[in-house]
Design a protein around this ligand. Structure first.
Ligand code: ADP
Ligand code: MG
Ligand code: MG
Length: 250
């Protein structure tokens, strides 16, 4: 059982305060969804948990199983079982996608990055389930990936790594209907395998397939609402402005 928590997290980027006291948690086997208008700080939270050095923790803490990970480098956080997706599409065309998978599996297992990994065969099966063509493995990371391929590849990585906690920034963005179903199914499998998933989304649709234990709404760097799947439905039907008004928020 793993628990990832942020406690009263305040974060600045280039000296500008973005997060203003974010306290949330996600544990093994849970699905936690983060919603909120554009620019509210969702990606900032995820980058901070990943350990991106541009994101400065000015107050509060990030804990894994009760122990602070604030001082750890991104790869150390990964080795401890925290997987954060590609975030915004990164492209590293000189590194093949297959090598990235191998390197991540080895890092997680405490081996050398280049060691052969017998589990690579599983990746082909998963690719097929996710509707990814097998040539994806020989392509550079992000080399000409479509938005949908990026999201599918990210989920494939998560399923290969089997992290304690997977953090996915808008895993449903840019996916067609079939892609949404395939990604939701794959994420359900990940959760059934014991991984805790924290994801951001703008849509209720993915949460119909992947029932969240909690839904948080972020606004201006704070969590302003917390509830169940009904929040996602309200966001989609009424929009944030209306929802905030109904909830008596300024
Ligand atoms: P969301 O993911 O909810 O759309 P973001 O975390 O991307 O929100 O952005 C929150 C706020 O932080 C926005 O005002 C954005 O302009 C600012 N911001 C995010 N990343 C950076 C950055 N790297 N440099 C400067 N400002 C940033
Ligand atoms: Mg956004
Ligand atoms: Mg974002």
């Amino acid at each position: 059982m793993a628990v990832l928590e942020t406690r009263n997290l305040h974060v600045a980027v280039d000296g500008k305060r973005i997060l203003r006291g974010v306290t949330l948690s996600v544990k093994s086997g849970e699905v936690v969804a983060l919603m909120g208008p554009n620019g509210s700080g969702k990606s900032t939270l995820f980058q901070t948990i990943a350990g991106n050095p541009r994101y400065e923790v000015v107050d509060g803490d990030i804990l894994l199983d009760g122990v602070s990970i604030k001082g750890l480098a991104p790869e150390e956080r990964f080795a401890k079982g925290i997987f954060v997706g590609f975030q915004s599409p990164i492209a590293v065309p000189e590194v093949r996608f297959a090598f990235l998978i191998q390197a991540m599996l080895n890092k997680r297992a405490g081996k050398k990055l280049g060691d052969a990994n017998p589990r690579l065969g599983e990746a082909y099966k998963l690719a097929s389930e996710l509707g990814l063509r097998p040539d994806v493995f020989n392509r550079g990371i992000g080399a000409g990936f479509s938005g949908g391929e990026f999201k599918r590849a990210e989920v494939l990585l998560a399923l290969m790594v089997k992290p304690s906690i997977a953090i996915l920034d808008e895993p449903d963005s840019g996916l067609d209907v079939d892609g949404m179903a395939a990604v939701s199914k794959a994420l359900t499998k990940l959760v059934e395998g014991g991984t805790g998933v924290l994801l951001s989304t703008h849509y209720a649709r993915i949460l119909k397939f992947l029932e969240p234990d909690r839904v948080y709404v972020m606004y201006d760097g704070r969590l302003v609402l917390e509830g169940g799947p009904e929040i996602a439905k309200k966001v989609e039907e009424a929009g944030y402005e209306q929802l905030f008004k109904e909830s008596g928020l300024p």
